[in-house]
Design a protein around this ligand. Structure first.
Ligand SMILES: [Ca+2]
Length: 351
């Protein structure tokens, strides 16, 4: 066996090269073996105690890198959570601020209604220096048809059903949809022939559901009524609304499309003439019925009025990356008191 020096340490070669006799080669001829010449000195490591080998250095380096990697992952993870917390808090703060602005728009609308300023300026747009943009529009709901007028005290209201059918025909929608709407509203489970629908129809849908059998709480319920598609709903939506109970049509604010539904055979031109009647705004219903544009049109006094109780405020609040859409229904009592009867969010987005 032969020893070599390598990197400061003496190692033994597993395959020693033959030694010459001068170098002290081992001879097998000698009993028990022996050495010629000098005997190999014991080999010792030349490193001092506490010194680090290359292998140990590598292991230590890898350990340090691993610890650093783990620490980095932990720090990044904590940083991400803090970022989310900050963003969540910011969203909550801006959400609360946006609703406060929406409430201020409601106050604007309520003040307008209390002051009886009419609808000469039904829209308001405000842009603040702080980067807040607000827009709101006040509408008279009673310029449209209330879907809940179709059933009065548990029974069909023929005049109001006829008005809805005329509207559907005018909008080129199937008049037969009225059957399913009435079944949706009425308390019984009897299917109207031929286009009605009750639980046995809706329970076969996927997912299954049941008829409301009560007033519409929102016009979007129409999407659940048998026969309605989204395009049909979108076509009808601008002309109908839903408040609990019966709400007559205000002839002072009704659009020509609604005035045309008040009787059979009212032409588009006739409806325009009624809409532009010289006597507007009418203070009494008799004034409307006796107006030159109306008196021989076949329009009766049923379900008509010259004042309104129900209004709707539609608005948006934009604040930086946030945009809030809302809708508020307002009720004005005879004594002028205006209250919020319903409030809902119609849209919400973060940039
Ligand atoms: Ca029913």
């Amino acid at each position: 066996m032969r020893a070599y020096k390598s990197a400061g340490c003496i190692i033994y070669s597993p395959h020693p090269s033959p030694l010459t006799r001068e170098e002290g080669a081992f001879t097998t001829a000698s009993k028990g073996g022996g050495y010629f010449g000098r005997k190999p000195k014991p080999l010792t490591c030349t490193h001092k105690a506490g010194s680090i080998t290359d292998a140990q250095t590598g292991v230590a380096l890898i350990t340090v890198l691993l610890v650093l990697a783990l620490a980095t992952v932990a720090v990044v993870s904590m940083s991400s959570e803090r970022q989310l917390d900050i963003r969540r808090s910011e969203n909550m703060l801006r959400n609360n601020q946006a609703w406060e602005y929406a409430h201020s728009l409601e106050q604007w609308a309520m003040q307008r209604l209390q002051d009886q300023q009419g609808f000469s300026q039904p829209q308001v747009s405000i842009e603040e220096n702080g980067g807040v943009a607000m827009h709101a529009e006040l509408d008279d709901l009673q310029s449209k048809l209330n879907l809940n007028n179709l059933i009065v005290e548990g029974r069909d209201s023929p005049n109001d059903v006829k008005r809805l059918q005329r509207l559907l025909k005018q909008l080129k929608l199937p008049v037969e949809l009225t059957d399913a709407i009435l079944d949706w509203l009425d308390a019984d489970s009897d299917i109207r022939y031929p286009f009605g629908a009750e639980d046995e129809v809706y329970s076969r849908k996927n997912p299954p559901y049941r008829t409301s059998n009560r007033w519409f709480s929102d016009v979007s319920e129409l999407m659940l009524v048998q026969g309605f598609s989204r395009p049909m709903y979108e076509t009808l939506r601008p002309y109908v609304y839903a408040v609990e109970g019966y709400a007559p049509i205000n002839v002072n604010t009704a659009k020509p499309e609604i005035l045309r539904c008040l009787a059979d055979d009212i032409s588009k031109d006739r409806a325009e003439s009624i809409y532009r009647a010289a006597g507007k705004p009418f203070r009494k219903l008799t004034e409307f019925l006796q107006d030159e544009a109306v008196n021989d049109s076949g329009i009766g006094k049923h379900g008509l009025t010259v004042t309104s109780q129900f209004y709707q405020l539609t608005g948006t609040v934009e604040q930086g990356r946030l945009k809030l859409g809302f809708l508020t229904q307002l009720s004005k009592q005879n004594e002028g008191l205006v209250t919020v009867i319903r409030r809902q969010r119609t849209g919400w987005s973060h940039g």
